[in-house]
Design a protein around this ligand. Structure first.
Ligand code: PMP
Length: 290
């Protein structure tokens, strides 16, 4: 496996960055996760644009424009001869001193890894995930906009730890007001009758790219789909519930805080959206190989 770092490719064992990099010392950086299917990168520009926006928001200069980033991503997949997998881009503040002043870091670093990923085992896509509500709240926009896909995932990790210790697959995270934000690394949707709802970004949800695609797919399929502030009541009383994310794709949620969701099995809307999502991943792609 060859890893891209600042314009060069390194063998996995040699792909290293400085211990003085502020990405490591302070979580000072941003990242993206992108899927590729059958030799085509899914929604590449949307992900790269979000990376550039996240970087702008934290005043991190990325010394590459969209076209250069696109080429670097494609080359990383190509050099590894992959057709299906997952790309991780990490932009760090770069190497600096042992203080948090970011401006002592001379230049930011860009890391691109192309690999494979399986977030949940296959049977979870068939049988669904179990979820518990976590006491750890999602970082609110007053502290750090949830729109920034930053290297600061500690509160999500603490929530994931809570969920795993409770014997659940995933953790539901609320915002400081008690509204549903998202799960620890995925957006949440609830289905009730003909409506499909997901919390707005202002509730503490990342503006997920999969979330956006699923909202579009749901509307195309005739559901009334959109954003709405949700409480746990809406989740507990939903007909169906599912999560979306680049790595997770669309995955059913069948149990929340000991309550079965709907009849406790993945529902028809979820299954239909899983099918439509899979279909969609064959288009909206940038070819890796000429
Ligand atoms: N929420 C969080 C906190 C995430 O980290 C992610 C990405 N893994 C998502 C939601 C889903 O976003 P996307 O569909 O763009 O991958």
């Amino acid at each position: 496996m060859k890893v891209y770092i600042d314009g060069e490719f390194f063998e996995e064992a040699e792909a290293k960055i400085s211990v003085f990099d502020h990405g490591l010392l302070y979580g000072d950086g941003v990242f993206e996760g992108i899927r590729f299917y059958g030799g085509g990168v899914f929604l590449l520009d949307e992900h790269l644009q979000r990376l550039l926006d996240s970087a702008r928001a934290i005043h991190l200069q990325i010394a590459m424009d969209l076209a250069e980033l696109r080429e670097a991503v494609l080359e990383t997949v190509r050099i590894n001869g992959l057709r299906d997998g997952y790309i991780r881009l990490v932009a760090t503040r770069g190497s600096g001193g042992l203080g948090l002043n970011p401006y002592v870091c001379r230049r930011s670093s860009m890391i691109i890894i192309a690999s494979t990923i399986q977030l949940y085992p296959e049977e979870k896509y068939r049988d669904g995930l179990t979820v518990v509500t976590c006491s750890t709240r999602r970082t609110g926009p007053a502290a750090l906009s949830p729109t920034v896909k930053s290297l600061n995932y500690l509160n999500n990790i603490l929530a994931k730890i809570e969920a795993l210790h409770a014997g659940a697959d995933e953790g539901l995270m609320l915002n400081e007001q008690g509204y549903v934000a998202e799960c620890t690394g995925d957006n949440i949707f609830v289905v009730r009758g003909n409506t499909i709802r997901t919390p707005p970004a202002t509730s503490g949800a990342l503006r997920g790219i999969t979330r956006q695609v699923v909202l579009e797919l749901a509307k195309e399929a005739g559901w009334e789909a959109g954003e709405e502030n949700l409480t746990r009541y809406e989740v507990y009383t939903a007909d169906e519930c599912f999560l979306t994310g680049t790595a997770a794709e669309v995955i059913p949620l069948v149990r929340i805080d000991a309550r079965p969701v709907g009849d406790g099995r993945p529902g028809p809307a979820t299954l239909e959206l899983m099918r439509r999502f899979r279909e969609r991943t064959a288009s909206c792609t940038t070819p890796v190989y000429p």
